[in-house]
Design a protein around this ligand. Structure first.
Ligand code: ADP
Length: 431
């Protein structure tokens, strides 16, 4: 026999009852584990493999009968005695508990001496039986199965309702973003107009007082940033509503890339980050919206800068992908045919956890604490609105392309880096 005191798991939502039972059993030399609901009961039982489980029946979520049935279906717990505890004390409770898989039944309120005696008995192998014959047992089993099905149906309905509610809330959120962006755009345009007028006062009689130059420049920068935020909100609204308009032209990928690099390189240089571009001269022209392609490059490059520590490397490479090469990727591009231009942004940054690699493309999604939020597009770890990747993917997809992330994981010390692949279809494969 093991020297360790027997371990007893008590599944009960009522804290006072838990306290009482813990005291009694601990005093008698047992080790007591506690779970406040069925799901954590299952988790603890699987992990700790107790010698006995005391199961309250009236617990939230899955009730004690259902939890017992589940526990008894697990090979590692089939032989663990489970004893039902219930204050319900209605006729048939004992039988239902035994049918569900319990080995015995203790009615509540708990009688301290009785509890200790029963615990010793069940630990010693006591097993209660249902009175009556095979037929009686069959009837009870059928009733229990029907109860389980009704419960399942009820839960499915609840889930459907909760899902519909979530969808409605999500729609309201989308509508709010759209209305807020449109409402903000109007006064912003007015402010922008007046600022331009002030900046352009070049006539000799209307020279701007030198003391006003710095405040106006500051206001201008603020308005520019404000405008960028409103534009991001409008873009996400357009992408979600399928109303993103593309002004396609024949585009030189290198030009779009260089426009993004030019904007971001000074900040990257300040942080000691090297942006290395592979040669792009031989690439075919892309039929795409030049401004949007530049936006994708800007968003991906600014992320590479933000999530790479000072002194790191950002490599941007491009190539033409032939249909057959798609098999190289295990992602959704597997069965895609046609020719694409692929741009890969590879950084030596903090990387992205496997389970986050798809989530980061969701609206307003930030892996890190939103309190670390920053308006800067280049500060290390300065999280933005959480729209950059959603917009970049939306733009790529509106062109018939793809965008996804790859990384060995997130580690701010080791910096495993990330790779973002963006694919734009070449003219001959666009519909
Ligand atoms: P944000 O404005 O917060 O940067 P994005 O939509 O551009 O929003 O990115 C969403 C999240 O994806 C970021 O908060 C960050 O956690 C993660 N992420 C994006 N790019 C990278 C990258 N190159 N390396 C590591 N994490 C990244």
């Amino acid at each position: 026999m093991s020297q360790e005191p027997p371990k007893i798991l008590y599944v009960e939502d009522n804290v006072v009852n838990r306290l009482l039972v813990r005291r009694v059993l601990t005093h008698a030399g047992y080790t007591v584990l506690e779970a406040g609901d069925g799901l954590s009961g299952i988790e603890i039982a699987q992990r700790e493999k107790p010698d006995l489980i005391l199961m309250d029946i009236m617990i939230p979520g899955m009730d004690g009968y259902q939890v017992t049935t589940k526990l008894k279906s697990l090979p590692e717990l089939t032989n663990t005695p489970i004893v039902a505890l219930t204050a319900k004390a209605m006729e048939g409770d004992r039988e239902r508990a035994l049918i569900a898989g319990c080995d015995g039944y203790i009615p509540k309120p708990i009688d301290v001496d009785g509890l200790l005696l029963r615990v010793t008995e069940f630990l010693g192998g006591r097993q209660e039986e249902i009175e009556g014959g095979v037929e009686e047992r069959l009837i009870l089993q059928q009733a229990y199965s029907q109860e389980l099905v009704s419960h399942l149906e009820e839960k499915v309905r609840e889930l459907q309702k909760a899902n519909a509610e979530l969808r409605r809330t999500d729609e309201l959120k989308s509508r709010f973003i759209s209305i807020a962006a449109h409402e903000l755009k109007t006064p912003l345009t007015v402010i922008q107009g007046y600022l331009t007028m002030l900046e352009d006062t070049e006539e000799p009689n209307a020279k701007l007082a030198p003391s006003l130059r710095a405040p106006i420049e500051g206001m201008s920068k603020g308005v520019e940033r404000f405008n960028a935020i409103v534009e991001e909100m409008l873009d996400i609204t357009r992408i979600e509503g399928g109303t993103l308009e593309l002004h396609r032209d024949l585009v030189v990928v290198k030009d779009a890339m260089m426009a993004a690099v030019r904007k971001l390189e000074p900040a990257a240089r300040k942080r000691g980050l090297a942006i290395n571009l592979s040669p792009m001269d031989g690439l075919p022209l892309l039929r795409a919206d030049a401004r949007r392609l530049q936006q994708v490059c800007f968003n991906l490059l600014s992320n590479a800068i933000k999530y790479t520590p000072d002194g790191g490397q950002i490599n941007i490479s491009t190539r033409v992908l032939e249909g057959g090469d798609m098999a190289y990727y295990s992602k959704e591009t597997n069965d895609i045919s046609g020719r694409f231009i692929e741009i890969v942004f590879e950084d030596t940054g903090i990387g992205i956890d496997l389970e986050e690699q798809e989530r980061i493309f969701g609206r307003f999604y930030e892996v890190r604490d939103p309190d670390l939020h920053s308006t800067s597009k280049t500060r290390f770890l300065g999280g933005g609105l959480g729209l950059g990747l959603a917009i970049a993917r939306g733009v790529a997809e509106a062109h018939g392309g793809f965008l996804w992330a790859e990384s060995a994981g997130c580690d701010e010390k080791r910096c495993p880096g990330s790779r973002f692949h963006v694919l734009f279809p070449l003219e001959d494969s666009q519909s």
